[in-house]
Design a protein around this ligand. Sequence first.
Ligand SMILES: [Cu+2]
Length: 508
Amino acid sequence: MAELSRRHLVVGGLAGAGASLLPGVVTEAHAATFTRYNLASVKGQAMLRKYAQAVKLMMARPKSDPLSWTFQWYTHAVPTNTTKAAEIAAIFGPSPSPNKALAQAMWNTCQGHFAAAGEPYFCPWHRAYVCAFEHIIRQVLNDPKFTLPYWNYTSAASYAVPKEFRQQNDPLWGPLFRPNRNPTSNAGQPIFAAGGSASDLSAGPAMAETQYLPSGAIQGFNQTLDFGLHGNVHVFTGNGQGMGSVPFAANDPIFWMHHCNIDRIWTSWNAAGHANPATAAWLNKTFTFAGPDGKGIKVVVKDYTNTKKCDYDYDLLIPAPLVASAAPSAASSVAAAAAPAAPLTVAKSQSGPVALGAAPVRVNLQPAVPIPPAAPGAAPAASPLSGRLSDLAGNRRIYLVISDLKANVAPETLFRVYLDLGDGPPADPVNSNYVGSFNFFAAVPHGDSSDHDHGDTSRSISFDVTDIAANLDANGRLRAEHAVTIVPAKAPTADARSVVGNISFVEQ
Ligand SMILES: [Cu+2]
């Protein structure tokens, strides 16, 4: 991986004529046969035009055809107003057929949004899914050079759903329109107008991770990307019958531009020197997709840890964080994954599961370890976090962990998290007490349990609060008894019944 990256990449400034890049921006050297472009670029616009034609053609194909729109959508997840078994019976009838067997193997296989056990495969499953879809479009259009363009919503210029996806009655762009988006999204406002902030569209938290898998309170890259930016874009863009809910998400044509960008972020993270898992179990996991001839193909994760097999690159990658500590070499991130620092719970909630409605919820956290004195013989520190911060070892951080997120249906909003906030909602939602936001995109049970290993769908998330806590501590604003306040960015849907389990501070 690291070798490939070094050979494959040039750093901005050396990137060749016409590149007006910021220092440190990494571009690819176009070693691959195909390039995926930003949909806002001239080349990306040309691809988007082809894509609109392909969507129209795929939507006109019968659902039983593996190259049809519905067959591809259901591969991600079958909508919850029916079941996989019922849809297969209705579409294929009682007799066996190759396409029916393929639907049985392929549908409802999205990794990361069913059972929690599938979460480590979020990145490679979606890479292989997007690659197979891209090959199908080449076949449908008889255009062997087609590539999917990506939607770069992390850039202020592209915060809105691209206008080509918002023109219901346009002869060319109409197939890219879907009504099940948030009204502000289909009106062309920045997608976070649906209930969030620009900071919810940052790739920063995922790019700052140094290991792929979680360990203790550290989420790792894959989960930080999935539960954070990835889920935020889903929830901002669509409602519970569209992008905002797993079973309907892949019916929105913007889904594929979203997942190209997610794939670009993974590519960027690897290009910054971070390693993917090296375990045989992860590398040898297989999934089934449809090839361009409509026949099933088995893909193995080890062929999708980079973009070589699918033979594409991106016109531009995201630079690694400019802080040295956040961008270690591949070797040091392997070492960090092999020997995670032992987690220590500093404080935790005692109240059990907490229901999240339209009103802010405050949860108090009791100390879980004795508060050390600020100095030998001195009085104890003013608060548990203050005590830990005062002699935090150089490589240790403090995380806020929220466990067991669950919701009945999509709440259609993000929730904001604050540390030691005063009474009442904050005047500025992104104030100095603000820790971050979370969504329930991956935490809503769905699908029929007969054909999928569902297991536990609940999710736990964490935030690195070291800097926020240190800043509050320096200003004497940490409370003697810590409190975490959770505020919905807008009122959740009435029947969402969003719940979080225990909340804790963990030093690791
Ligand atoms: Cu997704």
